[in-house]
Structures are given as structure tokens and as C-alpha cells.
Design a protein around this ligand. Structure first.
Ligand code: UDX
Length: 468
């Protein structure tokens, strides 16, 4: 008898038993770009045998019927308050608010769940739920943080705090804030990225960052929706200040798609429209779930798309343009030209399927991390228009470090837009971006296979949780 096989079988069975008795509580932040990866993570852990409880706010709650295999526990009293903060300029106040006001109801929910026969093995929260670390400490419940953006941007955020305290950001004049020069210690960020990186309220942003960083440092471990081959250098830099174990198990959506956590209905006609177009011919345009545009930015985008003469699929979320319900502010005649078949506008698209469609040749994005990673996974080069926070470093990495796309350096200007679209969709340079990003796509395929970096890291994560 082969004893080594027996040992492996027994160990595997023991692990399976250990896992099946473990209940995990996952607490997502109630925004699309945070719900998607957290619910994908929940699916990944469930597929490994864990029981999953989704603890969620009453506002922007996920649809439980799409996840009959999870238990959903609403946090009482967490509805209307969030809606009062729905504008992006109030995001800092919102995050500070929920991390004080909602912490007690979260604690009560956790106490109840822990007192049940199955108990709770571990709490996994979004990094922005930093207030839950105190609760976890009081309840002696291991807390793992899931940071929904990438390591590169987290390293920039962490490095920006001491610089802010030293007065670096405050030192630049308004004119200097437009400079195209790197910021020492925050590379590859440029000086001109700083104001959008920490939003207009840099004092509030730094307070928030400090709390998130403290909460993350005190957590048992971190889970990342990225892969080692993409951010190895940044992981090393991070490890110097965050010695917690890091599990890089992404891209999550390669295990499970995000469509079931979509808060808006996805317009599937996008796909039948794409079917009519040749490979690599269509530009996909979408700025995620939160970004809002003013009327003049919206007009520049429309005119840039019109001038480029390139087919496009454009997501315009209702009420995402100031003062307009949907498309009322488009230039005269624009819709008629769109109706000629070169462009198609939808309110919300099945983005992952769109990016995987052979007709797509480029993605004009706001550089949210989910969108960036989804684009890399499908080998689609990007045009970046970052608007705030992690989108700034993400865009710099895409254009200056990974060299898989271009950044619109001066906001939304029709001539620059037209040029950028040609660079990515038509010119020789576009082919170089395509080759580089295809190379990354292959690395992703490898890292998810048995023995690959994400595959192994997921195994390690499972064993780590079982060890609690
Ligand atoms: C926010 C922040 O803006 C982002 O920077 C951060 O990394 C996560 O939180 P969001 O702006 O929504 O997220 O952008 P992104 O991270 O790209 O997430 C958007 C998600 O919505 C993606 O998973 C994308 O596939 C999905 N989506 C977007 C759709 O399903 N349909 C659409 O039409 C547009």
C-alpha cells in the first residue's frame, strides 16, 4: 500500500471536515465596485467548502435570490442614511459616518451569529470598514481585510500620509499642482495627479487613510484581487510596512462573474450590437459606477467620439451627467449619427462579457481597479481618464509602467480624445499595447492553474482560515 497517498487522502478529508464546519462572515462596502469583488470572493471561499454569511447594509444590498447558497444578514438601521451621502464629494464623510454610526449594529449582529451553534470562524471586511477592527478585538474574532483596489495604489496611499504630514501637498501652489513632474516617494504619480488623488478635501482624505491603514495593520491578513506577477515589486514594498500575511488570489472574476451582484440591469443588447462588428474595431467607453461628469465634459466626450470616426459602445448611467436625466445634453444631431450604426449607447452593460467580445479593440475607462483588471484579463488596451483616488495611480501604471494604454493628460478635450482613440485603435502603437497586454493575459491564465501563484495563494488562504 502506498502510504504517502493514504496520508494525503486523510489530510484532505480532515481539511474538508475542518472547512465544512467553518462559517465566514463577509462584510462588503455598499458600492458596486466593492460589492462585485467581495461577492466573488464569497463565491470562491464557498467553492472551497466554507459556509458564507453576507452581512450587509440595507441600502444597496445585494439580491439574495442570486446567491441561494449564502445566508444574508441585514444590519438594522443602515438604509436611508447612506443615500444622503450619494454624491461623490461626500464620500469621505460617508465613510467616516458609517464607521462610527454602524459599528454597534454590526457588533450586535456578530455577537448573535457567534452565539449560534455554528459560531463564526472569521470576519472578512472591506478595508474601508476599518471601524470593525475594534469590534473584532472585543469579540476575539479574527478579522481579515479585503482591499478591493490593487497593491500599487495602496502603496501610494500609505506613502502619501507621511508626506502630507510633512506638508508636501500643501507646499505646491495652484500653478505647480498642474506640473507633469514625478512626486518623489509616490512614483509613478505626477504632481498634477495629487489633487484628484486625495480629492479636494486632502485633510479629510488623510484622516480617513490613517484610520484605514491602522485598521488594516491590525487585521490578521489581507486578501487582494490581483496576481503576483503583476505587482511583485509593490508587494515587496508593502510588506515592509504591513507584515501581515498577504494573499494574492485574483483575478476573482476568472472564478465567478460579477453579473449577479450588479445593482443595475445590464443591457444585453450591447452584445448583439457588438456581434455586427469585425474583431478589434469597437471602443468600449465606461466610467464605472460612481463617477459623475459635468455637462461640458460630457459634450467633449461626445464630440471626441464623433471626431474619431471609430465605432463605440458607450455606457451613460442615468443621472451621471450633472443636470440631466440621461442623454438630453448631447449635441444636436449626435443621436442621428449614432443611429447610423457607428455608436451605441446603453445605461449599463454586461461589462465583463463586453470586454471579452472579439469586436472590442479598446476600453476608455476611469481606471477603477475592477475595470482595469477586467480589461487586462481580456487583453484589451486602455485609454485612461482617472477621476479620483486609486484611479490616479491605476492610470499611471497602465500608461507609464505597464505600458498597456494611454492616459488623457488634460481632462476631457475633444482633440486629445480623438488622438488617444487613434493611438490605441488605429496606430502601430496600439499593436504594441495589445501585445503587452496579451502577454499579461497569458500570465493570468498561468497563475490560476494548479501550481500557479494565485492558485497556490488561495490554497494557503484556505489553510490559514482553517488554522484559526
Ligand atoms: C469604485 C472606485 O471608483 C474604484 O476606483 C475602486 O477601485 C473600486 O470602487 P467603480 O468606480 O464602480 O468603483 O469602478 P470599478 O472598480 O471599475 O468597478 C465597476 C464594476 O462595475 C466593474 O466590475 C464592472 O464590470 C461593472 N460594470 C461597469 C458593469 O457591470 N457594467 C457597466 O456598464 C459598467
Amino acid at each position: 500500500m502506498d502510504t504517502s497517498t493514504t496520508t494525503i487522502t486523510i489530510t484532505a478529508t480532515a481539511t474538508a471536515t475542518a472547512i465544512s464546519h467553518r462559517r465566514l462572515v463577509l462584510l462588503p462596502l455598499p458600492f458596486q465596485g466593492h460589492l462585485n469583488p467581495m461577492l466573488q470572493l464569497a463565491n470562491i471561499l464557498h467553492s472551497k467548502g466554507f459556509s458564507v454569511i453576507i452581512l450587509h447594509t440595507l441600502c444597496n444590498s445585494p439580491n439574495p435570490t442570486n446567491y441561494p447558497h449564502f445566508n444574508f444578514v441585514p444590519i438594522p438601521g443602515t438604509g436611508e442614511d447612506i443615500l444622503n451621502f450619494s454624491d461623490m464629494d461626500k464620500i469621505i464623510s460617508l465613510l467616516l459616518y458609517i464607521n462610527t454610526k454602524f459599528i454597534n449594529p454590526i457588533k450586535e449582529c456578530l455577537e448573535r451569529l457567534m452565539s449560534e451553534d455554528d459560531g463564526v470562524a472569521c470576519l472578512i471586511t472591506d478595508a474601508q470598514w476599518f471601524g470593525t477592527q475594534n469590534v473584532a478585538d472585543i469579540l476575539k474574532l479574527p478579522r481579515i481585510v479585503h482591499r478591493t483596489s490593487n497593491i500599487s495604489s495602496f502603496v501610494c496611499f500609505a506613502a502619501s500620509l507621511p508626506l502630507y504630514v510633512k506638508g508636501l501637498f500643501q507646499r505646491f501652489s495652484d500653478e505647480e499642482m498642474k506640473l507633469n513632474a514625478p512626486v518623489h516617494g509616490l512614483e509613478p504619480l505626477m504632481v498634477k495627479d495629487l489633487s484628484k488623488f486625495l480629492l479636494d478635501d486632502s485633510e479629510g482624505a488623510c484622516k480617513l487613510l490613517e484610520l484605514m491603514i491602522q485598521g488594516t495593520k491590525r487585521a490578521r491578513a489581507l486578501i487582494w484581487n490581483t496576481f503576483k506577477e503583476l505587482e511583485e515589486r509593490e508587494l515587496e514594498a508593502l510588506g515592509q510596512h504591513f507584515p501581515n500575511p498577504h494573499f494574492l488570489i485574483g483575478p476573482f472574476h476568472r472564478y465567478f462573474q460579477a453579473s449577479s451582484s450588479s445593482l443595475l440591469a445590464q443591457d444585453k443588447t450591447s452584445l448583439s450590437w457588438l456581434d455586427k462588428h469585425p474583431p478589434n474595431s469597437v471602443l468600449y467607453v465606461s466610467f464605472g459606477s460612481i463617477v459623475k461628469l459635468n455637462e461640458s465634459q460630457f459634450l467633449e466626450i461626445a464630440c471626441g467620439l464623433a471626431k474619431s470616426m471609430q465605432p463605440f459602445l458607450w455606457v451613460v448611467r442615468p443621472r451621471s451627467v450633472e443636470g440631466s436625466e440621461w442623454l438630453e445634453t448631447l449635441p444636436d444631431g449626435f443621436l442621428e449619427r449614432v443611429a447610423e450604426g457607428r455608436g451605441y449607447i446603453v445605461k449599463w452593460a454586461p461589462q465583463q462579457d463586453v470586454l471579452a467580445h472579439p469586436a472590442i479593440g479598446g476600453f476608455w475607462t476611469h481606471s477603477g481597479w475592477n475595470s482595469t483588471l477586467e480589461s487586462i484579463c481580456e487583453g484589451v488596451p486602455m485609454i485612461c481618464s482617472p477621476c479620483f483616488g486609486d484611479q490616479l495611480p491605476n492610470a499611471r501604471y497602465v500608461s507609464d509602467v505597464w505600458k498597456i494604454g494611454v492616459e488623457l493628460e488634460n481632462g476631457f478635450q475633444r482633440e486629445e480624445i480623438e488622438k488617444a482613440i487613434k493611438r490605441v485603435m488605429v496606430d502601430e502603437e496600439g499593436l504594441k499595447f495589445k501585445n503587452k497586454i496579451q502577454n499579461m493575459k497569458w500570465k493570468i491564465d498561468l497563475c490560476l492553474k494548479k501550481g500557479g501563484s494565485s492558485y497556490s495563494s488561495l490554497e494557503d488562504l484556505v489553510n490559514y482560515i482553517v488554522s484559526f
